[in-house]
Design a protein around this ligand. Sequence first.
Ligand SMILES: [Zn+2]
Length: 242
Amino acid sequence: MYSFMTVVQLKNELRQRNASVTGKKADLIERLEAYDRNFNFGADPGPSEDPRYECPPVSCFKDINADSPIPPLDRHEIQAYFEKFNAQNKGKDMYESRCLLTARYASVGASTYFQGQCKAQMKKVTYIVNVKVSKEGNIEQANCECAAGSGIEAHCKHVSVLLCAVEDMCRTKTIMVHQVTTQKLMTFKRPHKVFYRSPIQAQNLPMSRPRKQAVNFNPLKREDMMENYQDYVHNLAIRRAV
Ligand SMILES: [Zn+2]
């Protein structure tokens, strides 16, 4: 549009912008266009497009246990939530390998806010995950600290881990959280085969040499046993007499 203006008009436009008026007509046009391009530079871009997750204050949160009144979240709802974004519900394995460190909830109005700490895979970081679930068990909002989880419709695997935990809590009244190394059974401690039969009795154990005489497997000698027995009878008699 500036190419149809005269040099005088262009210079007036530039003066209004406190800009330099030197140079040829092409320079003036280029300078005006540059000013127009940068018109909004540094100004407030207005309300953000990305809505923020509203999280209740920390004091509202409680630990989840079997008596916690949590909404009925089922796996179909979780599946539907991820399908809405063409995303896969990838958190089940992570949940089962105990990537969730903590899980808490807060009931505010008709909604329940869940907050969990989830370990990242392959990294030594944890992310705070937030999920808002309605009274009927519909996932309303989700947010995660990781790079993919901003806004209110996060669908990263950490959100999935927390949702799996809540679903597990609804179904089985238990929740699997992280264990320290010593709580886990080491693979070398786990028996390869489980022995279900009754133990072999000592006298039936196969021996390399044939038994010469009958072995008494009681560590007490027969005389000791008799002595003990006589003491026992004697004491019993005294007690009865008293
Ligand atoms: Zn995440």
